[in-house]
Design a protein around this ligand. Sequence first.
Ligand SMILES: *Cc1c(COP(=O)(O)O)cnc(C)c1O
Length: 365
Amino acid sequence: MSSVPKPPHAALLDQVPLTAQELVYLENLMARTFATTGDVVMMQAEAIAALEAVALSVAGPGVRALNIVTGPYGDGFGQWLRRQGAEVLDLRFEFDSVATAAAVTQAIAEFSPQVLSVVHAEAATGGTNPLPEIIAAARAAGVLTVVDSVAAIGAEPLLVDEWGIDIAVMGGQKSLAGPAGISAASVSARAWDWIDNNPAAPQNSFLSLLDWRELWLRSAKESVPGMPNWLEARGLIAALERVHAEGLDHVIERHHRARTATLAAITALGFRYWQQSEKSYAPVVSAIGYSATHRVENLAPLLVPNRILSPGNGPLAQHLWRVNHYGQFAHLAPLQEAFTALAQELGHDPEHIRHILQLAWDEGQ
Ligand SMILES: *Cc1c(COP(=O)(O)O)cnc(C)c1O
């Protein structure tokens, strides 16, 4: 008698909704990941929703915002700030480079912003902005800081309280190797004051940070507001438990090893990095520039089957491809698998590349 195979996702069925205790537990895990003792606002949606909620909460008519643009996400953030009526100065850098603290300091002096927004690590361009320096420059001028750490959290150090970041946004799906359906923002006391005094901040809206504060953070935390996204919430709990069981510092170090190993393999294969300066290479994604000999057509067969390699986003697809060495790919084995396939495709010795990756991985950051 043949038995019916168990559906692979059966464990996801018939679960009880998220309890208030589980939500408190998830919040504590997120706060620990942000290195904050302050509030964490959970958003039951992918990180773009949390970023938009934050932009709409801090911006409004009469607000001056300095928005650092080193990739497409910064561009999008500036558009939300403008749509909300803020006066926005986009401080733009070429997408094959990152911001400098000197340029940010000068822009703060010239523009006198009240709010500064910046992306931490750029998954789209493979660059990491010098966040501690940028935050220090903003704080010295009393500017409220907003950081998109969706890709960076888990790959770069992010010390929300110690550095004095007012709002940082995280997602589960990048370096934390979790699901994409829950995101969150850390909110400092100063940021709450700002939002309380911003008449344009959304209320009675899915994108309202204030609603979540009233309905949950300032409640007795005995019942979860609305219908919680329990599958995603439990998935994120599992991912964050795994991160903290390994040790956040260790997970970060593993991402840096993945970057070092990728750099060695890429160099051995004769590719050119997209980012101009090695100092700005991100531990989440390495972006490889196309050249006359290595066009997208050569790589196309490799891009689809293994998600570790992907084309650039949107218009960047014409310029670069990405090695997404974050989350589940920030390990030696998947890098070796991807790069030996790539070496074979390009007529290089795959064993040589495997060895180079091993050596660089062992060498560390
Ligand atoms: C991935 C990412 C996000 C989330 O955006 P999606 O494209 O929807 O995954 C936001 N900001 C940054 C910097 C990211 O890397």
